[in-house]
Design a protein around this ligand. Sequence first.
Ligand code: UDP
Ligand code: LCN
Length: 806
Amino acid sequence: MSELFQAVIASDEKTELRQFVSDLRTLGKKYLLRNDIVNAFAAYCTKYEKPEQFHQSSLLSKLIYYVQEIILEDGSLCVLLRPKIASMEIVRVADDLTVEQMTVQELLDVRDRFVNHFHPQEGDILELDFGPFYDYSPTIRDPKNIGKGVQFLNRYLSSKLFQDARQWQETLFNFLRLHRYNGVQLLINDRIKSQEQLSEQVKKALTFVSDISEEEGYERFRLVLQLMGFEAGWGNTAARVHETLGILDELIDSPDPQTLEAFISRIPMIFNIVLVSPHGWFGQEGVLGRPDTGGQVVYVLDQAKSLEKQLQEDIHLAGLDSLGVKPKVIILTRLIPNSDGTRCNERLEKVHATENAWILRVPFREFNPKLTQNWISRFEIWPYLETYAIDSEKELLAEFQGKPDLIVGNYSDGNLVAFLLSRKLKVTQCNIAHALEKSKYLFSNLYWQESEDKYHFSLQFTADIIAMNAANCIVSSTYQEIVGQPDSVGQYESYHCFTMPDLYHVVKGIELFSPKFNVVPPGVNESVYFPYTRIEDRVQGDRDRLNELLFTLEDPEQVFGKLDDPHKRPLFSMARLDRIKNLTGLAELFGKSQELQEKCNLILVAGKLRVEETEDYEEAEEIKKLYAIIDQYNLHGKIRWLGVRLSKSLSGEIYRVIADAQGIFVQPALFEAFGLTILEAMITGIPTFGTQFGGPLEIIQDGVNGFYINPTNHEDTAQKILDFLSKCEHNPNYWYEISTRGIDRVYSTYTWKIHTTKLLTLARTYGFWNYSSKEEREDMLRYIESLFYLIYKPKAKALLAEHANR
Ligand code: UDP
Ligand code: LCN
């Protein structure tokens, strides 16, 4: 990449570069991020009347495209380039335009200098480097395959089985011997004593089963198979047993990735799963829309239901019904004694519509009753997690009557607890981020000290680094969550190298090419969210009530605003009132556009209406701001703001009522990790405008089944909506076309069935991988433990002391 620099310097564009650098210095900013740089270059082109060709395809424009950040120092610039996804190069460009390569360490020093936290005279700062631990594990080469960990591992493992046949077949044989349910041996018993014998017996069993009629139930020929060395778990019918043994036979003789995946995904090794989601209000009713309580709760609940169903199906197909095998899924969360009308003070709650899925609530120890009796913001809960993990371990062992087979963490706190539990119980750990705050809050690491009293990012980012490295696998909802796009950094990628001034430097925080990363997007609850056209499944009474609530009801307790014309097309949005969700930005862009106001009403569903009702700082600020915007742009008569918490079924119906009115859905977040409301709106059939910053970029295909917006550009966003409205006016079918394609998009790509099938396959694959390569992780886990004890714990203790003084 520095070749591109050299190319600019060697060309007649050298003077342009010099002029551009000199113009950058007049901007008054010393730390420029990508957006600033792109804007500065556009301004440069306008100022000097450069032709379009220069702006778009000159050497300098190409170079600018790759620049992620520039820090201006006296006499030189430090430039961070991202020549391709998941890679970076750092150069120093002196004023005379000489270019030299910089190390990561030097870059981190420059950043510290920028915030006046560079003190080399006091000694070196601690450097965290996970690089060496990944050196001897296999890594993906091509960035476009990042996030396809299971596929990669299957290729890798099957090639091992091929090259190193003896040793790997032995590993496979020993792995098959491990599986038990409640002490009952599964798959193979002691009659098979070696891998050679396994191979012979498989062939014999195949011959035997092929003579039995296909539908014959397993119980009918179980004894013969047992004598041959095979226990339950191969299938529920002769056909299924034949199929599974056939796959194993093929795997032993000629291993290939597809056969390996097919075989591993049939191994009955997962019966009990724990999903860890400590913070927030975790419940089935009356919790959504509170601070910290949004998509994560929806996701985990739906995932629990779907996992149970999939496990039941798998267990049935494996022929384990007669052993009384019953899968169990536990959602582990915190018990909140002062539960504000929710069920969060109950220890155990059955998940609706399941046989054996439960919410298990474990309280934080009473270190500080004033706090631990109540809801605690996710930014404050760090001191309570270690003891929480200890207490939870006991409760889980009792509930499962043994160890779980898989532990899935959710969000930074849940992932840390998942790490502590997995380490203790020696169980596969899977992480799900939902949202990584580091990329949500600009410069959150650089200025961590300034915002520590409010956000405690030193704890959160340390917890993140610990958990993401410890995890056996990481499930992400999108590709860009891991490594972004050609022109923007991914959420996990932002942990690759960063400084926490005065605390530590991270020179390699995560291996993005590790096969632990897997893109497995969530689905949407199809019995709650479904197309508005399915009239037969809708409840007329709910529909009428919601029509009134949305458009006409006068009840200041629940609704702010009275519409002048309730029949205008609704421009609808629903989100928690946090800054990043940017409902206030939507109100503002609506306020600025007379044309939008003429054509639409703005309808917002947000948890609250009054500052007095919240303990959350951001929520209070957003409430104040929304009122100010309504007054500033005189939106009275044009906006309805609903401060309600809807039941699950009503939250599905509310979208359908909006669709009945031919409304549109706008998701204006400044950044959205994934965006479940986008799926909900689309599956309902509401044409959806989603932020281009984050997950919606992968869900929506712009102009095909929805639209992207840049919510920081109010005029462009308003115009994009107006263009859609004008198309609808000219072609009454247009609304229906986008609506139908949105519905198709969700059903084809974002269902829970697709999600859980994939998740269970990867859990089994990592279980096998973990078993076959366990010695190679111990050194990293020891390093991680040191970080936990030496960095995380002292900080958590200090925060606890601070809480005691509140
Ligand atoms: N939600 C709700 N009521 C509200 C706000 C949100 O029911 O007042 C639900 C919404 O339907 C969706 C989830 O909360 O299921 C929000 O998920 P999303 O992924 O869009 O955002 P998050 O809140 O997790 O950042
Ligand atoms: C958290 C978020 O911020 C959303 O973007 C996701 O959709 C949600 O969690 C579920 O993963």
